[in-house]
Ligand binder design. Structure first.
Ligand SMILES: [Zn+2]
Length: 378
């Protein structure tokens, strides 16, 4: 009898219950929507970029924003650099490696974005094939595009009358004869920053080896550049080596950076603590064919090296790599992240990858070939 009585709920109670259900449901829906918004690729990344929070970049959004920095795959097994920057309507190309055979891959990529066949700025960091082959090549970058301003290395150990250096100089000088302006990096050190677009500037940094010889390596002659949009900075140091980085820190007032192009393809001899402790990068992009034996048979020293990973790990786990070696025997390769694009709309920064969205520490290659540093422990 008591049970029967309990089943009869008063109409007022039912009404209150219904209102309560509606309110709770609506609130949950609202919170759900807000949460979805917050976790959109752009906003999640903004959190990381603005507050240095660690976490996975929710990559997979669209390429966009008024500043885009593209790290290109090169269409072959060989490690090399090619970075394309789109700042408003201004097109900047840094390097064109890894081989002369990379040019069709590079130009097919550029032609998606460069609609007027004109590169406003070309930077050639140093006289190594994996950086300047595409400029020295027949039907190379200088043949395919009108290049307005060419900024290249102030020093080299290469013989100007021989090989690729001879070809590079001939192609560059022909472009200058056709109307391009040429500066060495040293010419740009004390000049005002280049304005690429409204609020986006490019500074050629001062570097010891623009004016001092290094008989051991071309790498230290690398042109170094800082790109700035508002609070966000982006650093490119070519293949600068550890001692060159030490000078770079001493000779420039370097800021903390959102993005750092891993020096020298993630070599053990670059990305030193002296540099990293100043720039504290939030995103690191490595241009290389991960795990290939092109430069060394020693597993830990293949790009990106264990030493590089160990030094970068305390600052960020947002490390992206262009390509992956499949076999040294037949020189086959595949994409790791593929073409990597770091996009900015002035405050928010996000990463778009053409292949996998996995950060380096999540990749099967890392699991198999590298030791997880303490900072990247789960
Ligand atoms: Zn290189």
């Amino acid at each position: 009898m008591m049970a029967g009585k309990a089943k009869r709920l008063s109409p007022v109670f039912v009404l209150v219950l219904a209102i309560l259900c509606f309110v709770v449901g609506a609130a949950a829906g609202f919170l759900g929507a807000a949460r979805d918004n917050y976790l959109s690729p752009v906003d999640e990344y903004a959190e990381i970029a603005n507050h240095g929070r660690r976490g996975k970049v929710n990559a997979g959004g669209d390429v966009g924003g008024d500043l885009q920095i593209h790290f290109l795959e090169l269409g072959n097994y060989y490690t090399g650099d090619c970075v394309y920057i789109k700042a408003g309507d201004t097109d900047v190309l840094i390097d064109a490696g890894s081989k002369s055979s990379s040019v069709p891959t590079i130009s097919a990529y550029l032609d998606q974005y460069v609609t007027d066949n004109k590169l406003e700025y070309v930077i050639v960091t140093h006289a190594h094939e994996d950086h300047y082959a595409g400029f020295a090549a027949k039907n190379g970058i200088f043949d395919l595009y009108e290049c307005e301003i060419i900024i290249d290395f102030a020093m080299t150990n290469k013989d100007p009358s021989k090989g690729m250096q001879k070809n590079y100089l001939a192609k560059r000088d022909a472009e200058v004869a056709a109307g391009a302006t040429h500066y060495t990096a040293q010419d740009c050190v004390d000049t005002p920053d280049f304005v690429l677009a409204d609020g986006i500037t490019m500074k050629i940094l001062d570097s010891y080896y623009y004016t001092h010889e290094d008989k051991h390596t071309e790498n230290n002659y690398s042109v170094c550049m800082l790109l700035t949009e508002g609070e966000n900075n982006y650093l490119f140091t070519g293949d600068l080596e550890e001692d060159g980085e030490q000078y770079l820190v001493e000779m420039n007032d370097l800021p903390e950076v959102v993005l750092y192009k891993a020096g020298h393809h993630g070599s053990k001899t670059s990305s030193s603590d002296a540099l990293l402790s100043v720039i504290k990068p939030q995103i690191v992009c490595v241009c290389c064919c991960a795990g290939s034996s092109e430069y060394t048979p020693t597993e830990a020293n293949k790009f990106p090296t264990q030493a590089f990973i160990d030094r970068v790990a305390p600052y960020t786990d947002q490390v992206f790599v262009t390509s992956l070696c499949e076999s040294d025997d037949d020189k086959s390769f595949t994409s790791m992240n593929g073409n990597i694009t770091v996009c900015s709309d002035g405050t928010r920064v996000w990463v778009v990858c053409s292949a996998s969205d996995l950060i380096l520490s999540e990749t099967p290659w890392f699991e198999e070939k590298r030791t997880r540093p303490a900072a990247w422990q789960h």
